[in-house]
Design a protein around this ligand. Structure first.
Ligand SMILES: *[C@@H]1O[C@H](CO)[C@@H](O)[C@H](O)[C@H]1NC(C)=O
Ligand SMILES: *[C@@H]1O[C@H](CO)[C@@H](O)[C@H](O)[C@H]1NC(C)=O
Ligand SMILES: *[C@@H]1O[C@H](CO)[C@@H](O)[C@H](O)[C@H]1NC(C)=O
Ligand SMILES: *[C@@H]1O[C@H](CO)[C@@H](O)[C@H](O)[C@H]1NC(C)=O
Ligand SMILES: *[C@@H]1O[C@H](CO)[C@@H](O)[C@H](O)[C@H]1NC(C)=O
Ligand SMILES: *[C@@H]1O[C@H](CO)[C@@H](O)[C@H](O)[C@H]1NC(C)=O
Ligand SMILES: *[C@@H]1O[C@H](CO)[C@@H](O)[C@H](O)[C@H]1NC(C)=O
Length: 797
């Protein structure tokens, strides 16, 4: 079993070349993965959830059996423009949902029906320009019941047989490149019905194999099927012959694309379609090789000829070219004539006169000037009285007043396209046909608008000019295009009571708001991307709500095109994804709330400090510091003993003054045997000095300090100071240990003293104190003890 395991490992690693496959993650939000132009040589690994996968223009040479496994949801796959030569027979088997497959421009030399056998959902298949010479059998398209668009063929395609297209029943579009087709079994393309547009490239058959070309044409020609013939050289009478097949089947819409045509061929073409109800004849990219000599042209009958479209016309021998006038008889029929990019600088008034039925004239991308337009429209008296649409876009016109003068008599004119001309200014007032509904003056150089614009307009395109503002009332206007101008703000909605669509992209709009939009009463579609938006706190939430579809107005352009231009840190950010913080958006509220909170906290702290007597402590500390400094000053002056001028400083509360004055002072200062000198603040303090200084110096000059303790003492701030100074004094090592003497005037226990007077409490703990006796007879003993305390130390000194 182990060898089997090893074998299977080897086998697995060989048959699973995933390790060589690079991956591609260029998928957008809609799961559309665009891996084109990336130099892949193998199908890259792409997420299974991809809905479309574009692998065009790589160098992929093969699709193996597991390159696309798992892509059950893939709707569209393009391998266009690779070097695909090999596709595994089951390579597409898992693509159950595939609707579009493009294998064009590759190296497939043969097609295999097995590739497509599981693609039941396929609607579009493109196999153009691969070097296969036939479609092969069994029929490749057999299982593709839903196929509606099919393109096949290429330079190598030689043969089409009956049955090649079996399975293909109805198509909206069929494209066959069969320039080198040499064998065609009549009927090979005949079974497809209904058949939409058919495009055929039949270069060689038209030149060399008329029967074959006729067979092909007659198999796909139906009155309702537009027929497009490409890459033809219609030179002589012979080359036009295959068209008889189409004429017989009464085709009504023919387009020749990328063709060379001689004078003779044109005349013969007319003969071929003589009496045929051809309705629309278009020529796209035609080179006229002749000189415009249509002499043999007979009047042929083309009553149904309704639309004539010619674009990108090159006249090889333009200097010898005579004119189209000999074909003038054709001009009486069509209602629509387009001559686009034909280097025409004038259509003579005489020719205009022939266009009797004309309702639609498109002369865009020619060389008309104001003067030649005057000739074309016969100086304002144009015979084109039925004209509804006039398109002179992309010419060299400069004067708006000239144009409106030339068209004012076209009383049925509804559409006028003057875009891509050189108009730079508007006259102050103009008259226009009353029927005018559509006016396009985009891509001109207008800098301002005037009341020249007709009030009947329903659609007005002024995009890509240099406009800055708009102030004209246009009551009927439904669509207004102002993209690519210099608007700073939306024009006022009151001017356009009926406006439904407004496009104002790529201007310099900074913002707009709900009230701006509400002025547009009927507005539904707004496109305002690619502007210079200021992502303010008003604008961002408003635009985001509009993007989400709240409101009457829908933004119909890409959400990603609404990008912030300022502030700088948001530049380039899509407005829909910006998140502004509360701080940015409610600054006033934020500041006031935070100030309020700060104030509240401050008050709270103050209350707390007050409760904890912090101010008192502060005051104390300050006084202390000051005291300390001044004491140092004093000490610096030398011998402290010399300064001692009192025996004791008495610290007492004002309320206990009577006791001090009536008992203490008389008793101690009485000269028996020797009077003690006391320092009393009332008596001995120097007037005019700061009280703290006074206390300080009194203590310094006294040998001891007597504290008269009572409830009153504890209440008095100054006494507390004194206590503290003495404490500082005591522990400063300056005075003796027993420099403080406590007298308890009334019974006071340590616990009666508030906690913050921890010094007093400490002092009461450490120093013995004298109690003022309540009984009269014990006062003698008290005085003795006091005197001893005051004197005793003296002896120690
Ligand atoms: C993929 O990108 C190329 C240009 O890089 C573009 O031409 C092509 O249209 C894109 N394909 C799809 C499916 O969008
Ligand atoms: C494909 O390969 C050729 C040479 O092998 C190279 O010249 C070309 O640039 C490659 N194409 C891409 C799209 O990488
Ligand atoms: C087929 O036509 C092309 C031009 O369309 C030409 O270059 C080529 O030589 C022709 N013959 C074959 C066999 O491909
Ligand atoms: C034009 O008509 C004349 C006689 O009416 C005829 O001889 C001539 O062959 C016709 N020309 C063409 C191209 O059919
Ligand atoms: C006029 O011609 C231009 C260019 O061919 C085209 O884009 C435009 O749509 C035309 N205008 C009208 C009103 O058909
Ligand atoms: C106006 O003309 C321009 C250029 O020809 C064209 O692209 C645009 O679609 C026209 N505007 C409208 C509203 O048809
Ligand atoms: C809306 O914006 C306009 C300017 O564009 C301004 O005048 C107006 O006061 C704004 N209205 C509100 C409600 O912000």
């Amino acid at each position: 079993t182990s060898s089997l395991f090893v074998f299977s490992l080897l086998f697995w690693s060989e048959s699973n070349p995933d390790d060589e496959r690079s991956s591609c993650d260029r998928c957008d939000l809609r799961l559309s993965c665009n891996c084109s132009y990336d130099g892949f040589t193998r199908v890259p690994v792409v997420t299974d959830r991809a809905l479309t996968l574009d692998l065009s223009f790589n160098n992929i040479t093969m699709v193996t059996v597991d390159d696309l496994t798992g892509h059950r949801q893939l709707r569209a796959l393009s391998l266009h423009g690779n070097r695909l030569a090999v596709i595994h027979l089951s390579a597409f088997d898992s693509l159950w949902s595939l609707e579009e497959l493009d294998l064009s421009d590759n190296q497939l030399t043969a097609l295999n029906h097995k590739w497509f056998s599981k693609l039941g959902a396929l609607q579009k298949l493109n196999l153009l320009n691969n070097p296969y010479s036939c479609l092969g059998s069994p029929p490749v398209f057999q299982g593709l019941a839903r196929l509606r668009t099919l393109a096949f063929g290429g330079p190598a395609l030689e043969e089409l047989k009956i049955g090649d297209l079996s399975g293909v029943t109805q198509l909206e579009e069929l494209t066959v490149h069969a320039n080198n087709l040499t064998r065609y079994e009549s009927g090979a393309l005949a079974d497809i019905w209904p058949l939409g547009r058919v495009t055929l490239s039949l270069h060689n058959p038209f030149l060399t194999n008329v029967p074959l070309a006729s067979d092909v044409l007659s198999d796909v020609s139906y009155p309702e099927t537009p027929l497009i013939l490409e890459d033809l050289h219609l030179i002589g009478k012979e080359t036009v012959q295959p068209l008889y097949a189409s004429a017989r089947r009464r085709v009504r819409y023919i387009t020749l694309r990328n063709v060379f045509v001689s004078d003779e061929a044109i005349v013969n073409f007319l003969v071929v379609f003589n009496g045929v109800p051809l309705t629309c004849f278009s020529v796209d990219s035609v080179t006229l090789t002749g000189e415009g000599r249509w002499t043999p042209a007979n009047w042929t009958y083309h009553k149904s000829f309704d639309e004539f479209f010619i674009r990108n016309i090159v006249v090889l021998d333009v200097f010898h070219f005579v004119s189209f006038l000999n074909l003038g008889f054709l001009l009486q029929y069509p209602r629509k004539v387009s001559l686009i990019n034909g280097k025409a600088y004038v259509m003579p008034c005489q020719t205009s006169g022939l266009l009797k039925n004309l309702q639609y004239l498109d002369l865009s991308d020619n060389l008309l000037t104001d003067m030649t337009l005057k000739e074309t429209l016969c100086g304002g008296h144009s015979p084109l009285t039925d004209l509804r649409v006039l398109n002179i876009s992309g010419n060299a016109l400069k004067s708006l007043s000239m144009v409106r003068w030339l068209v004012v008599k076209l009383s049925k004119l509804t559409h006028l396209d003057l875009s891509r001309n050189g108009y730079s200014s508007m006259p102050l007032s103009c008259s226009w046909p009353h029927t005018l509904r559509y006016l396009n003056i985009s891509r001109a150089k207008l800098t301002a608008i005037t009341p020249c614009l007709p009030t009947t307009l329903e659609v007005l395109d002024l995009s890509n000019n240099d406009l800055k503002n708009f102030y004209l009332v246009l009551p009927a206007l439904r669509e207004l295009y102002l993209s690519g101008n210099k608007f700073l703000s939306l024009p006022s909605g009151e001017l356009f009571p009926n406006l439904q669509t407004l496009k104002i992209q790529s201007n310099t709009l900074n913002m707009f708001n709900r009230s701006d939009l509400q002025l547009y009463r009927r507005l539904q579609n707004l496109q305002a991307g690619q502007n210079k938006f200021v992502c303010s706190c008003d604008f961002v939430p408003f635009l985001q709500s509009v993007i989400k579809g709240h409101g009457d107005v829908y933004l119909t352009d890409e959400e990603e095109s609404y990008v912030c231009d300022s502030p700088l840190y948001l530049q380039g950010e899509p407005v829909g994804q910006v998140r502004l913080s509360v701080v940015e958006c409610h600054r006033v509220l934020f500041v006031s709330v935070s100030c309020g909170v700060a104030l509240f906290v401050a008050i709270l702290v103050c209350i707390l400090l007050w409760r904890l007597h912090a101010f008192w402590y502060l005051k104390m500390t300050w006084a202390w510091l000051k005291a300390k400094r001044s004491s140092r000053r004093h000490r610096g002056r030398g011998d402290s003993e010399a300064l001692l001028s009192f025996d004791a400083f008495v610290s007492y509360s004002e309320r206990d003054a009577s006791w001090v004055e009536n008992f203490l002072v008389p008793e101690l200062e009485e000269p028996r045997p020797r009077p003690l000198t006391l320092c009393l603040h009332k008596r001995d303090f120097l007037p005019g000095q700061w009280i703290v200084d006074n206390i300080m110096s009194a203590m310094e000059r006294s040998r001891r300090t007597v504290f008269v303790l009572s409830e009153n003492f504890v209440q008095s701030d100054w006494c507390r100071y004194e206590l503290d100074f003495s404490h500082f004094w005591l522990f400063d090592g300056h005075a003796g240990r027993d420099a403080a003497i406590l007298i308890l005037l009334e019974p006071l226990s340590k616990d009666d003293i508030p906690k913050r007077f921890y010094k007093l409490r400490k002092l009461m703990g450490s120093t013995t104190y004298l109690e003022w006796p309540q009984e009269e007879e014990r006062t003698g003993e008290f005085w003795r003890s006091l005197r001893n305390a005051l004197r005793g130390e003296e002896d120690d000194d």
